[in-house]
Design a binder for this molecule. Structure first.
Ligand SMILES: Cc1c2[nH]c(c1CCC(=O)O)Cc1[nH]c(c(CCC(=O)O)c1C)Cc1[nH]c(c(CCC(=O)O)c1C)Cc1[nH]c(c(C)c1CCC(=O)O)C2
Length: 348
């Protein structure tokens, strides 16, 4: 029998260092690619794009074909689950996502979990079709939004706000907020389990709005829901590595890494390598964290910073990535140079 091909990125998530360092980039599929813009033009709107496997498969594969990334992230969006939960999600040009809000004390459990899972079936079809076309050495990453980040959109109605409406719930209605987060844990666990079932080899939980929280609130709305989600996924029989990404966690990152049960953590732009190395469990894989604005800038400064990051994490399993998503204005040659820099680097 032919030997099973090695997947470097998956090996790192399982705690092994790999040389060269595997890489992928958040939002690697998106508006910085002309071939993405062409695909995007074929869909009626962004939601339809995500729900059309023939288009979503191509979008997932484009950055693999162009750059040879080690990880392919499923093309979808963290807000699909709110759509499946009946919250009427829309993506408006120049505005971003708009969601029908939940009232104070409201729940997200009116649609049975089984229905939610079924409504998202185009996503699993995308996963299995991508899987069959992916190079043998490439790792397929599924994902969902973490409960708080998704709840925030349901409470605020959109991103880019000061988030005080959602954060006030934590102080004024903590028990109600816990129930809302539990609803999301349950739906998200089944959604992610279905992605794993369809062939996703790792799963990432995006907690994009974990920044600036008092430590007790961080514990309530970030650590506990992620911990419950990990537990629920394992109960549902999911065995693949789980990547947590509490963006902006700052000094609360070690507690997140130790208490949630995630296999690896995504580091954001502001992460401090010396702090990460000192405070995170040794051997825990990390993923990150070049500033997307420096990727957009490119040049020798970008190359120097990439090398600095690679050096900084040379004693732990590391996956190179950005600290947040690729920006639409990013020149393609900069991404190509970043990929070359990572590929050519060797630990001293
Ligand atoms: C908060 C969040 C969202 N979506 C996501 C997050 C978490 C990560 C983060 O913090 O950025 C996650 C996401 N969104 C998308 C992916 C898929 C693949 C990839 O990363 O390459 C992933 C993993 C596609 C997308 N999701 C979206 C686009 C752009 C849509 C377009 O083509 O116009 C893409 C490629 C739309 C989206 N989706 C969301 C917003 C706020 C927006 C509008 C902002 C924007 O337009 O860039 C919600």
């Amino acid at each position: 029998m032919a030997p099973v091909p090695e997947k470097p990125l998956l090996n790192v998530l399982n705690g092994k260092r790999q040389d060269p360092i595997p890489l992928w980039m958040m939002r690697q599929a998106g508006r910085h690619l002309p071939e993405y813009m062409e695909l995007r033009g074929r869909a009626k709107n962004f939601l339809d794009f995500c729900y059309t496997p023939s288009l979503a498969v191509e979008a997932t594969l484009q950055p693999i074909e162009r750059y040879g990334m080690d990880g392919a992230i499923l093309f979808a969006d963290i807000l699909l689950i709110l759509d499946a939960l009946g919250r009427g999600v829309r993506f408006e040009k120049g505005v971003g996502p708009i969601v029908e809000t939940v009232e104070t004390g409201g729940r997200l459990n009116e649609v049975p979990v089984q229905t939610v899972v079924e409504r998202l079936s185009p996503v699993y079809e995308t996963v299995s079709r991508v899987k069959s076309r992916l190079p043998a050495e490439t790792t397929l990453i599924g994902f969902a939004g973490a409960p708080w980040t998704v709840a925030l959109y349901a409470i605020e109605g959109r991103g880019g706000t000061d988030k005080s409406t959602a954060r006030l719930w934590a102080h004024q209605h903590p028990a109600e907020l816990d129930l809302l987060l539990d609803d999301l844990v349950e739906a998200t666990a089944h959604y992610m389990a279905a992605q794993a079932e369809a062939g996703a080899e790792a799963l990432m939980m995006f907690d994009s709005w974990a920044e600036g929280l008092p430590n007790d609130i961080f514990e309530q709305i970030i650590i506990r829901p992620n911990q419950k989600l990990v537990k629920r996924l394992r109960e549902l029989g999911v065995t693949v590595p789980l990547i947590g990404f509490p963006r902006g966690a700052g000094v609360q990152l070690p507690a997140f890494a130790e208490q949630t049960g995630v296999s690896a953590v995504g580091l954001d732009t502001a992460a401090l390598p010396s702090f990460v190395n000192r405070e995170l469990p040794s051997g825990m894989p990390v993923q990150g964290h070049l500033d997307p604005l420096l990727l957009m800038t490119g040049g020798d400064a970008m190359e120097r910073r990439i090398i600095e990051l690679l050096e900084a994490y040379k004693d732990r399993p590391h996956i190179f990535n950005l600290g947040h998503g690729v920006l639409p204005q990013t020149p393609i040659p900069n991404v190509e140079r970043a990929v070359r820099t990572v590929r050519n680097w060797k630990a001293s």
